[in-house]
Structure formats: structure tokens, C-alpha cells
Design a protein. Structure first.
Length: 115
């Protein structure tokens, strides 16, 4: 599985961004998808996850109520809608695809939140 993330950029605190991650292949629906992020000098951390059908989602406490993960299986794409962005949301956001013991990572997209 190859993953291509996009949508990062510079945004002011309080603003919004939507990240997208498109996967190759014909079995996208069989993968649980997720987003992780890594700030400079910090460990990578979990942000959000969504099941193959889209019926189950999970979020880190730090983004609950502000971020929404969704997917369009017809487009092989997972999204991360980020609202009310804070300075501490700055980082490189990467998407993942998981199925069984297999896990794939896409390249990251940089999100910078300014004051």
C-alpha cells in the first residue's frame, strides 16, 4: 500500500485545515486508517483512527471535539478535518494503513499553526 498525504500548510491559531491521504490499490476498505503527528523534538503521537467501514473512530484526548477523521472508500481517501487549531497542533502529520499485522506509513505533510 502506498499512501500520499496532502493538505498541510500554514494557518493561524483558531483556523482550520483538512488533510487528505490517498491510498493505492483496490483493498482500501479492508484497512483501518489513522493519523499520527510529530512535533519538532518530540515523539510521534497518535491523533485519530477510523475503521474500514468508517463506522468506528477514535481520537487522542488532545484533539477530541476539534478534529474529525473520515474516509471515502470510493476514492481510497481518508481525511482529517482540523478545526480550532492550536499552536501545539504544529507538526508533521502522517497517515497509516493497518490490516492484521501489516502497517504502512505515508510521507508526512507539515502543519504549522501560528499565533
Amino acid at each position: 500500500v502506498q499512501l500520499q498525504a496532502s493538505g498541510g500548510g500554514l494557518v493561524q491559531a483558531g483556523g482550520s485545515l483538512r488533510l487528505s491521504c490517498t491510498a493505492s490499490g483496490r483493498t482500501f476498505v479492508t484497512y483501518n486508517m489513522g493519523w499520527f503527528r510529530q512535533a519538532a523534538g518530540k515523539e510521534r503521537e497518535f491523533v485519530a483512527t477510523i475503521s474500514g467501514s468508517g463506522g468506528n473512530t477514535g481520537y487522542a484526548d488532545s484533539v477530541k471535539g476539534r478534529f474529525t477523521i473520515s474516509r471515502d472508500n470510493a476514492k481510497n481517501t481518508v481525511y482529517l478535518q482540523m478545526n480550532s487549531l492550536k499552536l501545539e497542533d504544529t507538526g508533521v502529520y502522517s497517515c497509516t494503513a493497518r490490516r492484521g499485522g501489516d502497517k504502512y506509513w505515508g510521507q508526512g505533510t507539515l502543519v504549522t499553526v501560528s499565533s
